[in-house]
Design a binder for this molecule. Structure first.
Ligand code: ASP
Length: 295
């Protein structure tokens, strides 16, 4: 048995039909590629990495250097993490100028004694691991020195405006995937450019183990939505823990999303259990997802 589930973010705000179609077809394309890898190579790890790499290349998603949101000073800072059913995990936080943060996260999992690398350290690790640095021309966001200079005076306004903006701007297109291969090996991964116009250095949930990404022997899960809420609730860990305690996977996803709804923030979650059953739930208007179980 093998299974795969993919998401392209959970939107709560208004999204034009054209954009919805683009996201659905982006998820479909990435899903098909991941499925081929799962079928041919029987590797949950390769399937998850390739699905997410494909979505990181797609300008319709908030991941990678092409589609990620810019922060308040015009920069792209990305987070990604991957975790497997042996509880090995790797993640990068606030990495810049690298096309595929998910691949760097995988390298951290496979080669580092550490779990998470952030900022400059993540970038140095990516460089010495042979990942190509993306030039400013190849990506859409670059730091604007004038914006940095304005930071101290705009700081108070930022706090007020940001809270307001979060209420209006509820578009989330972080990407994630979970797969299980015939060896029963489960892998979950998530990649994001965070939330638009965030304060530089903000860390969302995606690379936080147990918040945006989590896997154990019992299942794997990836989340999207407002990171600050997802971290507090520990969304993906909660889903997998509930499954471990006997809750069916769909019910676990729905119950955890209900908790998020009660706390008043948008959240979407996907998950797979050991038997390849998928759970998908969100409290937004639109969340492109696809899942399959192969016997
Ligand atoms: N969860 C992401 C973050 O807070 C945003 C998203 O899901 O699109 O960084």
């Amino acid at each position: 048995m093998k299974a795969l589930v993919v998401h392209g973010g959970c939107d709560e705000g208004f999204l034009p039909d054209e954009e919805k179609r683009a996201r659905l077809s982006g998820v479909r394309d990435a899903f098909q590629k991941g499925l081929l890898i799962l079928k041919d190579m029987d590797s949950a790890l390769d399937a998850v990495e390739h699905v997410i790499k494909d979505l990181e290349n797609n300008p319709h998603f908030d991941a990678g250097v092409i589609g990620s949101f810019n922060n308040m000073i015009g920069e792209i800072e990305m987070d990604a993490a991957i975790m497997d059913s042996n509880e090995s995990a790797g993640g990068v936080i606030r990495i810049r100028n690298i096309a595929h943060p998910i691949s760097v996260a995988r390298k951290v999992m496979e080669e580092m004694p550490h779990l998470l690398l952030c900022g400059k350290g993540a970038e140095i690790f990516a460089r010495i691991s042979g990942f190509r640095e993306i030039s400013p021309e190849e990506q859409h966001g670059n730091v604007d020195q004038r914006e940095i200079n304005k930071l101290p005076e705009e700081f108070r306004n930022f706090i007020l405006e940001y809270t307001e903006r979060l209420k209006e701007h509820k578009l989330f297109s972080t990407v994630g995937a979970v797969a299980i291969d015939s060896k029963g090996y489960i892998v979950a991964g998530t990649s994001t450019g965070g939330i638009a116009k965030a304060f530089p250095g903000r860390v969302g949930d995606s690379a936080i183990i147990g918040a945006g990404t989590f896997a154990t022997f019992y299942g794997g899960s990836s989340a999207t939505g407002i990171g600050e809420g997802i971290i507090r609730v520990g969304v993906t860990r909660k889903v997998v823990d509930m499954v471990e305690n006997g809750t069916p996977i769909q019910e676990a996803c729905s119950k955890v999303v209900d908790i998020c709804s009660r706390r008043g923030f948008p959240c979407g979650v996907i998950a797979l259990d050991r038997d390849g059953n998928a759970g998908i739930s969100h409290n937004g208007h639109f969340m492109p997802t696809l899942s399959i179980k192969l016997d």
